[in-house]
Design a binder for this molecule. Structure first.
Ligand SMILES: [Fe+2]
Length: 351
């Protein structure tokens, strides 16, 4: 496994670059905008393809690299369902997997620092964001933070992991790089409490100043969605009503770009074919399944995904590959469900 802990000295943030092999797919956790060039250089040096960029929560002390990484690598951005960001490519709930080739993270909703805070468990280690820090815990006094919820996330979720689990936080201000659940249980001063009330008293009396970057970082981090004006202007976007009128038509094929687990959780548009976004290039290139299908039948390719980001990037790529009859559903299956579009399979959509 390739595992790199990448430090940003300005905000004392750790980003984590993970891949199963050289030449394979990679994901990055908690990227920092100012370090994007460095990440891209490292990806190139290690011959990695960035497939997913994941943030543990909306950060207040630095601007996330999610949007820039997506714009420059066409990767999938991922955050929790509770996050207030305008658009990400994929949202996860507690227990959901986040997979790239040979790697699987399991999302653990650990609110408290913010209401959208997630930790990610990967085998022998956990990425704790700002929920559990080394010998500390993330403050709970802004962004819908709540010490009672954080106590529950710490004691009833993170501390339930095996003691030997490695703890990789989003920040460290002293230079520590890694700990374990057992070590934090024994030595983290914030965890030496005998009741939730005792924890709340500690957290309510920290009297910390707001992060210097907060007024800039939070609004910027809430607007990470892909700019799609040009795709709309070129006539490559369909609204849900236009997409509904294509259902059952022989001259169009709906292409679902989401991961298998997203399809299973949220259902799919009836009659659509599945072509996961990370495999798009091979499908739309000459000889690829979608390329040949469109060429042989003249069918219009109608891409869709969860929120319209992957499909917007896909239609741009497909047009570039000569599939001039392709388009996408603006807003993805989220908009489709809100517009009352029919679904096949899947669990009930999240409320
Ligand atoms: Fe934070």
């Amino acid at each position: 496994m390739i595992f790199r802990q990448l430090f940003d000295g300005v905000s004392c943030t750790y980003a984590y670059l993970i891949a199963s092999r050289r030449g394979g797919e990679a994901l990055i956790i908690d990227s920092v905008l100012g370090k994007v060039d460095r990440y891209l250089r490292l990806l190139k040096e290690l011959d990695l393809k960035l497939v997913k960029a994941v943030d543990t929560h909306v950060h207040a002390d630095h601007i996330t690299g999610l949007g820039a990484l997506r714009d420059r690598t066409r990767c999938i951005t991922v955050m929790g369902r509770e996050s207030g960001v305008d658009v990400v490519s994929m949202r996860v709930s507690d227990g959901d997997p986040i997979a790239v080739e040979g790697i699987e993270l399991r999302a653990l909703h650990t609110p408290g620092h913010t209401d959208d805070s997630y930790s990610f468990v990967m085998g022998d280690r956990v990425f704790t964001g700002d929920t559990l820090l080394i010998r500390g815990t993330g403050r709970t006094d802004f962004q819908n933070g709540d010490p009672v919820t954080q106590y529950d996330s710490l004691f009833n979720k993170l501390l339930k992991l095996p003691d030997e689990t490695l703890v990789y936080p989003a920040h460290d201000y002293k230079g520590d790089t890694v700990s374990t659940i057992g070590e934090e249980r024994a030595h983290n001063p914030r965890l030496q409490v005998s009741s939730v009330q005792e924890y709340v008293t500690i957290m309510d009396n920290l009297n910390l100043p707001n992060p210097m970057m907060m007024d800039v970082a939070v609004p910027a981090n809430l607007r990470v969605g892909l700019a799609q004006d040009e795709i709309d202007a070129r006539g490559w976007s369909l609204d849900c009503d236009a997409a509904k009128s294509l259902l059952g038509r022989a001259d169009a094929v709906l292409v679902d770009l989401r991961d298998k687990t997203e399809r299973e959780s949220h259902g799919e548009i009836p009659g659509s074919v599945h072509a996961p976004y990370p495999e798009l290039d091979e499908h739309i290139g000459a000889g690829g399944l979608l390329h040949e299908l469109a060429a042989a039948t003249g069918k219009r390719l109608v891409f869709y995904c969860a929120y319209g980001e992957r499909s917007a990037m896909a239609v741009e790529a497909a047009q570039g590959a000569g599939l001039g009859n392709s388009c996408h559903i603006r807003g993805g299956i989220d908009a489709w469900i809100k517009a009352g579009g029919p679904l096949a399979g899947g669990a009930p959509p999240p409320s």
